[in-house]
Ligand binder design. Structure first.
Ligand code: 5GP
Ligand code: ZN
Length: 115
């Protein structure tokens, strides 16, 4: 398992920094976003440190799929059939934490196109 000692989400995965963890699988951990943008706003991350979704998909397709199935389980556990999944990839797309993470948003109407 590769980890980055300076990475915030690696520290939440290992428990070094507390996170409000709602779901775990062999390859993923899901925790509530500290600054929620919807009534449900959870981040599903691979346990392995990879900087973005594209790098993750290349390195570990199984973990990539597991993020999506974990996201469904997180939404379903809170009673949501409808939810939005977002991977911000790169600073210009709004990525601020460079450990791949899938945003799961639900509980309010979602506009399209997003801002
Ligand atoms: P990004 O902008 O990279 O797509 O998403 C990073 C997300 O991480 C943001 O929504 C931000 O609110 C969240 N975040 C930043 N720091 C922390 C933290 O320490 N704990 C948790 N749970 N979420 C965080
Ligand atoms: Zn990391």
């Amino acid at each position: 398992m590769t980890a980055d000692t300076d990475c915030l989400f690696c520290k939440i995965v290992t428990g070094e920094i507390p996170g409000d963890v709602v779901h775990r699988t062999e390859r993923t951990v899901a925790f509530r976003d500290i600054n929620p943008q919807a009534p449900l706003h959870v981040l599903v991350v691979p346990r392995e440190h990879l900087p973005n979704a594209a790098a993750l998909a290349e390195a570990d397709p199984v973990a990539t799929a597991e993020l999506v199935t974990a996201a469904k389980a997180v939404a379903a556990a809170e009673g949501y059939d409808d939810y939005r999944l977002v991977f911000n990839t790169g600073a210009d797309a709004g990525q601020t934490v460079f450990h791949a993470h899938l945003h799961v948003l639900a509980g309010r109407g979602q506009t399209w196109p997003p801002g």
